[in-house]
Ligand binder design. Structure first.
Ligand code: SF4
Length: 302
């Protein structure tokens, strides 16, 4: 059962300065008609995102503009997301579903609202549907029991764009610390869940080769690198400049990290599909049972 808004009140520290605006969505499945992306539908149980990454280009999308409120300062849980999905489940036969575009399915509110979990419970009842979760949050572990039930038809992409948590504190100040993400990857892998490391958008690293070794030791079975997408006159450029991190825009730096991952990770399985903008090039994929997912465009519309 979806908790009422008052249920979040005992944990105000988790939702510090986050404006919560529950809403009833009119639709929940966004078709992805370009088959090269490797999934048929994107599913977002929330609008807005409490992680508020400073480079996130969703912040400039028309539906993400929220009056004077900053991106990362508000979140709109779609309270009827599981019910809507249940009503739409006939569309999911033999389809792949990506959670979530334009938000993180495991942002802080999910600890209480459990809308992503509710959607996963519906997807579990769709035996021919494949699921790709993408997150920055170890909160995904709260659904470990459920994720295991999917078996080979689910995989998790974990965003770890830097090996340095002091970098993370500047570029993703509200997102979970890097060590907690590695720990979550290890828990998922140890539980038999397929996990890929997404160094996207690639940020400054202390030691790319050590990062690549860490990725391999985590049990992840794939990794990929993606470049940063800057908006026009993006203030994030100044953040990079101020900290001496403009090299993250350099293709040679991206290639260096990609090569380190290529050397460290399990053998590449090439799929020959289009790599969508904003996600970078895959450096290694292993078959997901009979199915290989393409890392999708994360933020193509709300
Ligand atoms: S990059 Fe992802 S996690 Fe970060 S603010 Fe944007 S949608 Fe949220």
């Amino acid at each position: 059962m979806v908790p009422l808004l008052s249920a979040v009140e005992p944990m105000p520290h988790l939702f510090h300065e986050l404006r919560i605006e529950p809403e009833e969505a009119r639709s929940i499945l966004r078709p992805q008609r370009d088959e090269r992306y490797g999934f048929g539908f994107a599913l977002s149980p929330y609008r807005g995102c409490g992680h508020g990454c400073r480079y996130c280009y969703v912040r400039e999308y028309p539906n993400a503009l929220h009056g004077a409120e900053e991106w990362g300062g508000w979140s709109a849980p779609k309270m009827n997301a599981p019910e809507l999905l249940w009503q739409q489940r006939h569309r999911l036969h033999n389809q792949s579903v990506f959670l979530a575009s334009a938000t993180d399915p495991y942002q802080p509110l999910e600890r209480e609202f459990r809308l992503t979990r509710g959607c996963l419970e519906v997807l579990l009842k769709c035996p021919t549907t494949r699921v790709l979760l993408h997150t920055r949050s170890p909160l995904v572990i709260q659904d470990l029991d459920l994720l295991r039930e999917f078996g080979a038809r689910l995989s998790v992409g974990f965003s770890i764009p830097t090996d340095d948590d002091t970098v993370r504190q500047i570029v993703e100040p509200k997102a979970p610390p890097i060590p907690s993400r590695w720990a979550a990857v290890e828990r998922l892998s140890a539980s038999g869940i397929q996990v890929g490391i997404s160094a996207t958008p690639l940020m400054a690293m202390v030691d790319p080769r050590a990062f690549a070794r860490r990725a391999r030791l985590s049990g992840a079975n794939s990794a990929w690198v993606g470049g940063l997408r800057l908006l026009k006159n993006d203030p994030f450029y100044q953040v990079l400049a101020r900290h001496g991190w403009l090299h993250v825009l350099d293709k040679a730096y991206q290639a260096e990290v990609r090569e380190a991952l290529r050397a460290a990770m399990p053998p590449v399985v090439r799929h020959g599909k289009k790599m969508p903008r904003g996600c970078g090039a895959a450096v290694g994929y292993r078959p997901m049972a009979a199915q290989t997912f393409l890392q999708p465009a994360l933020f193509e519309g709300l």
